[in-house]
Design a protein around this ligand. Structure first.
Ligand SMILES: NC(=O)c1ccc[n+]([C@@H]2O[C@H](COP(=O)([O-])OP(=O)(O)OC[C@H]3O[C@@H](n4cnc5c(N)ncnc54)[C@H](OP(=O)(O)O)[C@@H]3O)[C@@H](O)[C@H]2O)c1
Length: 248
């Protein structure tokens, strides 16, 4: 696993950018996929880290684009593809009676179908290596009933279910699959809302740990799974939510 290349989807910003940073810091080459094709939006990154990033434009809901992007990353990195982090995701909100079929499909395509298709794209690479790891980024909403979040909750529950099925079916091939499921995580995109105003007050009261997590918290957990590379650990959903999801 060491010294190989790991593909991170949705690596242009937020949690994906932090994961791309931590994996590069740990010595991996990193394929950074996103619709924009931008490099991770992080400041002050040392050249030896940034040189391990290979940014490619790719809409993860399109199988052909995934095939092409994985090939480009493998060529540019010059290292075998040993892992994948299915992080790209979109948010969607609205009362159930107004969720259109198109919106439901858009969320499922981006947050769930992409996990299947990207994992299928990586599979022949991992078979060739005889081992590998896939880490899916789910959400603690996968086990909750959240008002106005039906499509998102359904997609993240599907990510947990796919994680377990892949783990069981691919275990004998040496392929391990995990679902890292965050609670509220501060990113540049939502920092203002989470630090001030009514959401900040709600989160301070509601999260047992007292504060939302940081993208780096998730990134370090994901990277530690790749570093640990434990052959007997697979199929798990690991919540990183400050104990928020345990409240009654
Ligand atoms: N932040 C939280 O509190 C939180 C909590 C639980 C779970 N999560 C999950 O963590 C993951 C990352 O969340 P985040 O907060 O970091 O999100 P974010 O800041 O909105 O970033 C999303 C990333 O996904 C990319 N993306 C979106 N649609 C894509 C597509 N069709 N194809 C390729 N890339 C696409 C975006 O890049 P482009 O726009 O350049 O394509 C961007 O890099 C998501 O799966 C989210 O559901 C987040």
């Amino acid at each position: 696993m060491d010294n190989g290349c790991i593909i991170v989807t949705g690596a242009s910003r937020g949690i994906g950018a932090a994961i791309a940073y931590e994996l590069a810091l740990a010595g991996f080459e990193v394929g950074c996929l996103s619709r924009s094709g931008d490099l991770p939006a992080l400041e002050g990154v040392a050249p030896e880290i940034a040189n391990r990033w290979h940014a490619v434009k790719c809409d993860v809901s399109q199988a052909e684009q995934l095939e092409q992007a994985f090939d480009v990353v493998a060529r540019r990195a010059g290292k075998p593809l040993v892992g994948l982090v299915n992080n790209a995701g979109i948010h969607s909100q609205g009362p159930i009676e107004q969720v259109s079929a198109d919106e439901f499909r858009r969320v499922m395509d981006t947050n769930a179908l992409s996990v299947l298709m990207a994992s299928q794209t990586l599979y022949p690479h991992l078979l060739r290596n005889g081992a590998g790891m896939i880490v899916n980024i789910g959400s603690f909403y996968d086990k909750l009933g959240i008002k106005h979040h039906l499509a998102y909750c359904a997609a993240k529950a599907a990510v947990g279910a796919m994680t377990r099925c892949m783990a069981v079916e691919w275990a004998k091939k040496g392929i391990r699959v995990h679902n890292v499921a965050p609670g509220y995580i501060m990113t540049d995109f939502n920092r203002d809302a989470m630090q001030t105003g009514p959401l900040a007050a709600y989160l301070a009261k509601r999260i047992p740990a007292g504060l939302p997590g940081q993208a780096e918290d998730v990134a370090r957990l994901v990277t530690s799974l790749f570093k640990l590379d434990s052959p007997f650990m697979t199929g798990e959903t690991i919540y990183i939510d400050g104990a928020h999801g345990m409240l009654g």
